[in-house]
Design a protein around this ligand. Structure first.
Ligand code: SAM
Length: 283
């Protein structure tokens, strides 16, 4: 759907776009097709999409996937979507705030037995919480999203990168993030002031210890990034109430200097540290 057709459709249904909802719609069909292909969806998969907008990406997802369930917060877009997606019989709409939707129920009731993937041109105001929720849900084989380029760089950052933060480590714990391609501002209506990028998070298998093990690793990550310029062993000692020296021993055992900062550890290091700490009775 190009810019002219998008404007015409919205105008005919008297829908003015809301910046507060991140309503910058994709108006380059080639880019929408590329995102749908990058999502890895095929006829054996069901896609959960956040934010249908006028249906530009939804239409391309419907062309490759077995089923698409798209969650859109703005009910004013319903007549627009019913028209733009009138030929797509494998699309189902949910008009709700995606941040309040139970994704597990959506996958169980509307996607299964198809393989679940998530794909979205995310509204900027929910980018980080939406990505964190999608990747940590362990419901989706992959999560492919378009976000602002700076956000994509943060999601994909590794220890030593200036952009590396707790969300980078969190995403790398649950998935393998890969920054795929950039999308210029002229592919949107209205044009944003920033460049966008498409990033895909391929799910990693859940640990043997399940959610309890996840919780231990995330606790260590939070300790690392809550005081990222401080020595990690001291942060861990404060967070767990155990001796700093014992944490230093574990960090040295993992090949780090005893005064390492938490921000030097990658997701796999946090997982290994949690395992050692559990075996040593520190957590
Ligand atoms: N997928 C369309 C496209 O690519 O053109 C629209 C993308 S636009 C960047 C983001 C869409 O998400 C908007 O339609 C907006 O109304 C919707 N949205 C914003 N916040 C949302 C939320 N919390 N839950 C569901 N949809 C939301």
């Amino acid at each position: 759907m190009d810019a002219g057709r998008t404007r015409e459709l919205l105008g005919r249904h008297s829908v003015g776009l809301k910046h507060a909802l991140g309503q910058n719609f994709l108006v380059d069909e080639g880019v929408a097709r590329r995102i749908a292909e990058a999502s890895g969806a095929d006829r054996a998969s069901g896609v959960v999409e956040i934010g249908a907008g006028a249906g530009a990406l939804t239409a391309q997802l419907a062309a490759v996937a077995g089923r698409v369930v798209t969650i859109e917060i703005d009910r004013r877009l319903e007549p627009v979507l019913r028209e733009s997606l009138s030929g797509a019989e494998n699309v189902e709409f949910i008009f709700q705030d995606a941040m309040k939707v139970d994704f597990a129920a959506v996958v169980r009731e509307r996607i299964a037995p198809l393989r679940a993937v998530a794909c979205a041109n995310l509204p900027y105001q929910v980018t980080t919480p939406a990505v964190r929720r999608l990747v940590s849900s362990r419901l989706f084989g992959s999560v492919c999203v378009m976000v602002q380029l700076e956000a994509a760089r943060r999601f994909a950052a590794a220890p030593g990168d200036a952009e590396y933060n707790e969300t980078s480590a969190f995403c790398a714990y649950y998935s393998k993030p890969e920054l795929l391609f950039e999308v210029p501002a002229n592919c949107f209506e209205p044009r944003p002031h920033v460049t966008s990028a498409v990033i895909r998070f391929d799910a990693k298998p859940a640990p043997a210890g399940g959610e309890a093990e996840d919780a231990e690793v995330l606790r260590l990550m939070r300790a690392a990034f809550s005081e990222r310029r401080k020595k990690f062993a001291a942060c861990l000692a404060r967070a767990t109430g155990s001796a700093r020296e014992r944490w230093e021993e574990l960090l040295v055992g993992l090949g780090f200097p005893c005064d390492v900062r938490g921000e030097r550890l990658g997701a796999d290091d946090f997982a290994r540290l949690a395992r050692l700490a559990r075996e040593s009775g520190l957590i």
